[in-house]
Design a binder for this molecule. Structure first.
Ligand code: PLP
Length: 356
């Protein structure tokens, strides 16, 4: 604390990211990173961009990346916004679009950055309970609302809301913005991007951190009606003209050009997810149906915090949230086959020895 802190700084309750341990040889299944490396074409593009031009500012508009994304998602250039991670894109979305007369609505169990942005930008919000099975009940949103945001699939549950329900919300609240945070959409869901040309009240946010194996590069984007994007550009250009550096732009473009690699790695993640679900269920876990690159599980007998602590003794790190309704669940990222084997072996030993 300092006497120089503004009152806003005093009131902030910052987001706590998953641990990034400094030691090697850990089976790190706590932050939903992709277990596979980025495409070799991404590495090559970043290496090629590591040249004397780094003395120059990057393109403030990241035009080549926006064009790549517009082509990939079959939208116009002016319907694409890019930023330094989807967290940054989301921050601009909250400031530019989600502060309205009536409260912003999001699920009671969801990405814990949302209430943090509300605190930062002074946005009134209301948490709408998920059903007991953690599915999202669109009828629970029949309350006064300024806007809605949720991830699809949701985090940390992994549950997916079918597009027809998203479309029902868009029709019902045609003068309210719906933001769909699709950080995990590539692992089996259907993107709402296909709806943006029919609904001007829809904004879709995505990231290259999960399905493109680029959490370290920090690239995110949003797609929606050109007027929504123009609002985001106003905030971005009042904050940082150059959010994406030259290496990030080059790597991100290459990631969308190597479709084969993307399809191959995501199907490996999905196949490993299926294997993990079967094995965990056989060990007495209840597994929430997941369309993401993680599973959300609770054991019929053992407490989640004790299991997480026991796994740590085997160098396996998973995520536990000390939060009402979900404090007996573990969120386990889908790792490589070897990582998942290590997790399952450690879990088996713990459960057999009742070593919790
Ligand atoms: C991981 C995640 C993000 C953040 O992605 P970055 O682009 O790495 O900032 C946003 N929303 C949800 C729901 C996430 O799980």
């Amino acid at each position: 604390m300092s006497r120089f802190w503004s009152s806003v700084v005093h009131s902030l309750v910052p987001y706590v990211p998953g641990e990034q341990p400094k030691v090697d040889n850990l089976v790190k299944l706590n932050t939903n990173e992709n277990p596979y490396p980025p495409s070799p074409q991404v590495i090559a593009a970043i290496q090629a961009a590591s040249n004397a031009d780094l003395r120059l500012y990057p393109d403030p508009d990241a035009q080549i990346l926006k064009t790549t994304l517009a082509d990939y998602y079959h939208v116009n250039f002016n319907q694409v916004f890019v930023g330094n991670s989807s967290d940054e894109v989301l921050a601009h979305v909250f400031q530019a679009l989600l502060k309205q007369e009536e409260p912003l609505l999001f699920p009671d169990i969801t990405y814990s950055f949302y209430p943090v942005y509300c605190g930062l930008y002074g946005i009134d919000y209301r948490a709408i309970p998920l059903r007991a099975d953690f599915s999202l009940d669109i009828d629970a949103y029949r309350v006064p609302l300024g806007a809605i945001i949720f991830p699809n699939p949701n985090a940390p549950t992994g549950r997916y809301l079918p597009l027809v329900e998203i479309e029902a919300l868009l029709k019902r609240y045609s003068d309210r913005l719906l933001v769909v945070d699709e950080a995990y959409i590539d692992f089996g869901g259907e993107s709402a991007v296909t709806l943006v040309n029919r609904y001007d009240n829809l904004l879709v946010v995505q990231t290259l951190s999960k399905s493109r194996s680029l959490a370290g590069l920090r690239v995110g984007f949003a797609i929606g009606h050109a007027d929504l994007i123009a609002g985001l550009e106003r905030v971005k250009n009042s904050f940082n003209s150059y959010p994406l550096d030259r290496l990030a732009i080059a790597g991100a473009v290459a990631a969308f050009q190597d479709q084969d690699y993307f399809l191959q790695t995501r199907s490996m993640v999905m196949a490993e997810r299926a294997r993990l679900v079967t094995a965990l269920e056989a060990m007495g876990f209840e597994v929430i149906p997941s369309m993401a690159n993680f599973v959300f599980v609770q054991h019929v007998r053992y407490a989640a915090d004790q299991l997480a602590a026991a796994l740590r003794n085997y160098q396996v790190i998973v995520r536990h949230f000390k939060q009402p309704r979900i404090d007996n669940y573990l969120r386990i990222s889908v790792g490589s086959a070897e990582q998942n084997d290590a997790l399952l072996a450690a879990m088996h030993t713990i459960l057999v020895n009742e070593g919790v």
